[in-house]
Design a binder for this molecule. Sequence first.
Ligand code: DAH
Length: 345
Amino acid sequence: MGDSPMLEQSLAALESDALARIQAARSPEELEPVRIEVLGRKGNLAQVSKEMGRLPAEERAAVGKLLNAAKQALEEAIEVRKREFAQAALQARLEGEWLDLTLPPPGAPRGHLHPITQIQREIEELFVSLGFAVLDGPEVETEHHNFDALNIPPDHPARDLQDTFWLKDGHLLRTHTSPVQVRGMEKLGPPLRMIAPGRVFRNESVDASHEHTFYQLEGMMIDREVSVAHLTYFMKTMLTAIFRREVTVRLRPGYFPFVEPGFELDIRCLICGGAGCPVCKQSGWVEQLGCGLVHPNVLRLSGIDPEEWNGFAFGLGLTRLVMMRYAIDDIRLLQSGDLRFSHQF
Ligand code: DAH
């Protein structure tokens, strides 16, 4: 007897060990190294085949047969394992594609209102509950409604080409929502309670705090014996609703040709409570809007007798309000159409 029984033994051990490792592989990536180690050109079986060369010829044939059988068995085991992997991958893909046709559809993603529209609607709701009408006016206006009827003199700087987009036919893009006051007085007459939200245009160079197009909200109340106390009450009620907390207001003299007296209305800074901070530029107050008692000329120019009627008016920047409410530091974002911006509200 030569080496052949030993070789047969180690061949058997090698085969059963390799079969166990083939079974244990959990992916094609784990299987391939096993295949190379066992069946590769320099693998275990190749080694046995080499050693077999040293056997006497009569033993060699028997071992050779065993070797071939082992090789065949292992190759087959690897093929079977590969097929199992392919089957499992297909199964996993089909699981993923499984579809229940009886389920209701998931529904299209829902949009939402722009923050300017949201704040506009809040203010509209409040004033409607106080008996005000919500009026709309044209964006392309006459010089009469935008300026003359509002007691704005012909040489007033607001009429300048630098501020106003003049159209070829003498019309203009309204520079404020105040012309809707005039239309309200003309159409409805006194007593009158109205607000008018809308888009306005100024010939400005655009930067982080200036836009050529922005939104304002105008308000007007005409009745008998309207006073600054009424004005203050409505403004305080409105601003408390907008900022969702009690606000302190103050009036400073301000000049607008369509009101007399005219005011700038401030609220005590909501960030620092009046102590002074960067938002209020250390003053403790933040400017909110322009307002005043309607100038007698404005009433007269729209056919209302200032001896019998008077009123208050105000105008505020909706765009500015949104920027303050959400601490937005660049006005250009509001009309950028950038969904990454508008989805945040
Ligand atoms: N129209 C003014 C502007 O655009 C704002 C304004 C101020 C409106 C005072 C008013 C008012 O009704 O009384 O700056």
